[in-house]
Ligand binder design. Structure first.
Ligand SMILES: *Cc1c(COP(=O)(O)O)cnc(C)c1O
Length: 389
């Protein structure tokens, strides 16, 4: 057995599935052509492989292949969606709506746009992490051009009501962007049913390679205009220039195909493991589940532990389990998670939080060992704290 810690951080990234690697390999060696080379077989082969992946990814979200724009990942897709819409529609309006619990890849572009003269409403969330639809309704203005609400939260796994949000946006002629980096391959997504106009995707959260993602951009009813953020060559309908990475795109397609074919069974399996972990951890007492109890990703468990120091907790767990804490290093400072703060958690509890991300390769035995380790560590820390206070 490996003596490395048990990997339980699937919301941060996932390992490449061997089957995905196999699909990619030929495109790293023999079939190395540039998909934009139209004069020879090397280019044709690469282009055919890209088109096949594009089709798989489009079908996974109910879109058409020509609506998929390849990018370097969800961060770039979020930037392209938010800044690209703002730039293309600023004559129509300068107001955007998003949510306090969004990923920084959405929040930071919004802050950037504010500096340029746009106005942004950051919606609060309920204590369970869901947005309030009435609050959203009230936030619309005549000059609102975009609503950006994520599909599944990367920290607490909460699933926002996309179809309801999409309907409110469509009724008002406002574009709807969703960051679906955590949702793809884990819950059903359909851009038409949900009235989504732009959707950010990434491969490395679903056992695909890092450095490849996509932005779905609706082409009909309405046809979304987007200002490119990277110019040069006019690839991807002029929205994102640069030579396409055939091996990464092939890997992305293979990863999506696998995730979809296993989605239901794997979702049920992860849910069972997650509930098993929570059942064990909750025997400790004074632990709290963060985020809505049922409207959540199957593999995500975020808990706050009262009576322990967050830093000590993480240090204590590090040799045994690889998990994320409720704090993040932003510009070398340790800050409590903006998501947990938005739920109304006090700072000390936000620090003393753990995010367990259960993935495809985790076993029941691993979950049991992780629970044992976590319980032992927390009990030991509480004992020490009890003695010193
Ligand atoms: C991981 C993640 C991102 C960033 O994706 P990259 O492909 O790593 O750039 C953005 N949004 C959410 C919700 C994520 O989980």
């Amino acid at each position: 057995m490996s003596d490395r810690p048990i990997y339980l951080d699937a919301n941060a990234t996932t390992p490449l599935d061997r089957r995905v690697l196999e699909a990619m390999l030929p495109y790293l060696t023999e079939q190395f052509g540039n998909p934009a080379s139209i004069n020879h077989v090397y280019g044709w082969e690469a282009e055919a492989a890209v088109q096949q992946a594009r089709k798989i990814i489009a079908e996974a979200i109910g879109a058409r292949p020509e609506e998929i724009i390849f990018t370097s990942g969800a961060t770039e897709s979020d930037n392209l969606a938010v800044k690209g819409v703002a730039e293309a529609y600023f004559a129509k309006g300068r107001h955007l709506i998003t949510v306090e619990t969004e990923h920084n890849a959405v929040l930071d572009p919004c802050h950037y746009l504010k500096e340029l003269g746009f106005e942004v409403t950051f919606l609060p969330v309920e204590p369970d992490g869901l947005i309030n639809l009435e609050t959203l309704e009230k936030a619309f203005r005549p000059d609102t051009i975009l609503v950006s609400v994520m599909a599944a939260n990367n920290e607490i796994g909460v699933l926002q009501p996309l179809a309801e949000i999409g309907e409110l946006c469509r009724d008002r002629g406002v574009l709807f962007h969703t960051d679906a980096a955590q949702a793809l391959g884990k819950i059903p997504l359909d851009v038409d049913e949900m009235n989504v106009d732009l959707m950010s995707l990434t491969a490395h959260k679903i056992y695909g390679p890092k450095g490849i993602g996509a932005l779905y951009v609706r082409r009909r009813d309405p046809r979304v205009k987007l200002a490119a953020q990277i110019h040069g060559g006019g690839h991807e309908r002029g929205m994102r220039s640069g030579t396409l990475s055939t091996p990464l795109i092939v890997g992305f397609g293979a990863a999506v195909k696998l995730a979809l074919s296993e989605m239901e069974a794997e979702g049920k399996r992860q849910e069972k493991l997650r509930d098993r972990l929570w059942d064990k951890l909750s025997t400790l007492g004074d632990v709290r589940l963060n985020g809505h109890p049922t409207r959540r990703l199957p593999g995500n468990l975020n808990v706050s532990v009262a009576g322990v120091d967050g830093q000590a907790l993480l240090l204590g767990l590090q040799p045994a389990i690889a998990v994320s804490s409720g704090s993040a290093c932003t510009s070398a400072k340790i800050e409590p998670s903006h998501v947990l703060r938005a739920l109304g958690l006090p700072e000390t509890l936000a620090y003393a939080s753990l995010r367990f991300g259960i993935g495809r390769f985790n076993t029941e035995a691993e979950i049991d060992r992780a629970a044992e380790q976590a319980i032992a560590t927390i009990e030991a820390l509480r004992k020490v704290k009890g003695q010193t206070s």
